[in-house]
Design a binder for this molecule. Structure first.
Ligand code: GLY
Length: 308
């Protein structure tokens, strides 16, 4: 089996290209995911990840990231960190450890400083301006509406039979300081087991965590479903269950690679763009839709798609 990269949102196109190059040159899926996510983290145009991410209610950018190695089951993650230029790099470093591999807040920042990771002011003028405008309109904290386009960049990658998953996000715009979503939580925002598959999520973290959706997708693949069937079944079952419980859930989108070479995606949105590339296919944008299924986006369809 060759290599493959699957990543969330159009904003990850260049990152998927870079990740594909890493794999083509014999790199591991962990190295490919780091390189792909770095490209998104470093781009100030993307308002939901890394540098340029939108801040919390108090105007501070708080970041979460995690990565999981499907060959060993080791994972690393950081949550609620400020000023770390590339959170996924720290998560990758932590994923070498069996214990003390998931760190939060000041403890995670201290670890990153000690290890020599780069720090910088992650709040750009563009993000600050959006925060100021929103803050002024919504001075009642309970009525704040989060940025509709917030979304995690999530990657799953394969090199032969080695699978991995990684994610990075600034979380929901105007979140309560200290709030953490699904992204750095193994089983929620990501999961990888090279014997079965790798999965990752993007969307409203609390809704994703309610179903441990990434773990559930991998569990479904382990029991014989393809990546596509596992994504669809997991999302459908979760939506039905939440509906039975009377809970309306927000945007949730899922991606997965199975151990047999297949890929899959599912979404609760009308449109969710993701990128796929492998050793015989250059990166391309695909669009999943709650009602339309999954299609490769070309020509007019692609030009009509307006989100990052
Ligand atoms: N999915 C990212 C978050 O909810 O924080």
């Amino acid at each position: 089996m060759g290599y493959a990269v699957l990543s969330t949102w159009k904003m990850s196109f260049n990152g998927a290209l870079i990740a594909g190059e890493v794999l083509k040159n014999g790199g591991t899926p962990l190295e490919a995911i780091k390189a792909g996510i770095n490209d998104v983290e470093n781009n100030p145009d993307y308002l939901s990840v890394g540098y340029g991410g939108l801040p919390n209610r108090e105007g501070e950018v708080e970041l979460d990231a995690a990565i999981m190695d499907g060959s060993t089951g080791l994972f690393g993650g950081i949550m609620g960190v400020k000023g770390i230029a590339n959170p996924i790099d720290v998560a990758l470093d932590l994923s070498q450890k069996r214990l003390n591999c998931l760190l939060c807040g000041t403890g995670a920042e201290k670890y990153a400083r000690l290890k020599g990771f780069e720090f910088k002011n992650m709040l750009t003028e563009k993000a600050k301006k959006q925060w100021e405008e929103q803050e002024i309109k919504n001075n009642d904290a309970e009525s704040l509406v989060s940025y509709n386009g917030h979304d995690t960049v999530s990657f799953v990658a394969r090199q032969g039979t080695f699978l991995a998953a990684g994610v990075s996000t600034s979380g929901i715009f105007l979140k309560v300081p200290g709030r953490v979503g699904d992204s750095p939580i193994v089983g929620g925002g990501l999961y990888s087991d090279s014997e079965a598959g790798a999965a990752a999520a993007t969307g409203d973290g609390e809704d994703i965590l309610r179903g441990c959706l990434s773990y559930e997708i991998v569990r479904q693949m382990e029991s014989g479903k393809t990546a596509m069937e596992a994504c669809e079944t997991t999302l459908c079952n979760h939506l039905k269950k939440m509906n039975r419980k009377g809970l309306k859930i927000g945007p949730v989108s899922l991606i997965a690679l199975d151990a047999d070479g297949g890929f899959g995606a599912a979404t609760s949105l009308n449109e969710f763009a993701f990128i796929y590339t492998d050793n015989s296919t250059p990166p391309a944008v695909w669009i999943a839709g709650a009602k339309t299924g999954v299609v490769k986006a070309t020509g007019e369809r692609l030009s009509q798609y307006t989100r990052d």
